[in-house]
Design a protein around this ligand. Sequence first.
Ligand SMILES: [Cu+2]
Length: 166
Amino acid sequence: MILVTAFGVLLTSTTVIAQDDDVIITVDSTNLQFSPSDITIKEGQAVRFFWSGELLPHNAVSTDGLFDSGDPSRNVDYRFVFEIGMSGSYEFVCEPHEQLGMVGEITVQPMNETQDESEEKDPENSESSKGQSYFTSYGLGLIVLSISVLLLFRYETLKSTIFRKK
Ligand SMILES: [Cu+2]
């Protein structure tokens, strides 16, 4: 029972952490600006466009069509997750107020640099395995060569002993 409760608390707390990771973009007091308008996040993080009871209806639409909070509204709660592999820069606008400068930019950084390093290690590994197979075949050839030399040598000595007997 205690374990179940502890697990439940753990599960709840991780969910809360995931939501805490969200970056909330709202509308500032001028009613014509996103706040904050320029943000930097990491892959796997979500951006939440959130406002309620605004004076004017707004929306958030990325210029490349990746995300769209829908029709402009005084109440918006729209969450978009930037998955792994979606690093880059994304500009977004509020369609009714784009001309008034209600625009923003989301910069998504790669998850971590160590992942790239591990990917770089792969070709090295295949190269070393190629080198290994090269040495294996080279060694095998050397063994075959030494055996044939040994046989030839034995044949020669055998021949000479036969000749001596004659
Ligand atoms: Cu707007």
